[in-house]
Design a protein around this ligand. Structure first.
Ligand code: C5J
Length: 223
């Protein structure tokens, strides 16, 4: 299959060796009352990508493609959260503190769950990651290699933090990566725009970008 509209040039992939990776579409970043809002961000910006992401997820599932969901999640004892991470941001509400949706960024808490519209279904991989990158301190690379995955389609939040970090990690591990432009968002629109530019600059130094409609069209064409 080929996404002709991809930038900087068409992106070829096979459904059987490609995974859709949705980064951190969890309540804490996307819903009002969560960690993202507590840091002073306008979460409605992130909510806006849910319909396009839902449509891409549905089409990808129907095509039989592998789906990976990640959550930024720490162990309840925070043994996987170094002070260098915990001490950032608003010191009144740090990782592990009680927030409106339970303990912030702690596995198992209500705010840590993936939003209902994109909830994982049986057979999909769910990765709890303590870092920004999906490959740091997780078994993701091994799980993808076991399944013969060579290409990754990325969506999720936030574009310039966990999505970009994961994509760069993936590229360094040999995956051909494409970022679905309307399935990713930042609290800072300029950061999103800059990230899309950075990914596809210099001949696609990190990978490709394309609108999700181009993926849907490729899947419909089936070649
Ligand atoms: C952030 C993320 N922004 N998932 N996490 O802290 O991008």
């Amino acid at each position: 299959m080929r996404i002709e509209e991809a930038l900087p040039f068409p992106y070829g992939f096979e459904t059987g060796s490609t995974a859709l990776v949705l980064i951190d579409m969890q309540r804490d970043f996307i819903e009002p009352g969560g960690f993202g809002e507590s840091l002073g961000n306008d979460v409605s910006l992130l909510e806006a990508i849910v319909p396009a992401t839902q449509a891409a997820l549905k089409a990808w599932r129907e095509a039989g493609g592998l789906v990976v969901h990640t959550r930024e999640a720490h162990r309840p004892d925070l043994s996987d959260c170094p002070p260098a991470k915990r001490n950032r941001g608003n010191p009144a509400l740090r990782i592990g503190d009680d927030g409106p949706m339970g303990r912030i960024l702690v596995a198992g808490e209500p705010g840590n769950q993936i939003i209902e519209a994109l909830a994982p279904v049986g057979g999909e991989i769910v990765i709890d990651k303590p870092g920004k990158g999906a490959f740091h301190a997780t078994g993701l690379h091994a799980l993808l290699k076991e399944r013969g995955i060579t290409h990754l389609l990325f969506g999720g939040v936030t574009t310039e933090v966990c999505v970009q970090t994961s994509m760069r990690e993936a590229n360094d591990r040999g995956y051909d990566c494409l970022l679905l432009e309307d399935c990713t968002e930042s609290y800072f629109p300029a950061f999103k725009a800059a990230t899309l530019d950075m990914v596809r600059a210099q001949g696609g130094i990190v990978g490709w970008t394309a609108p999700s409609t181009a993926l849907l069209a490729a899947l419909r064409r089936g070649l």
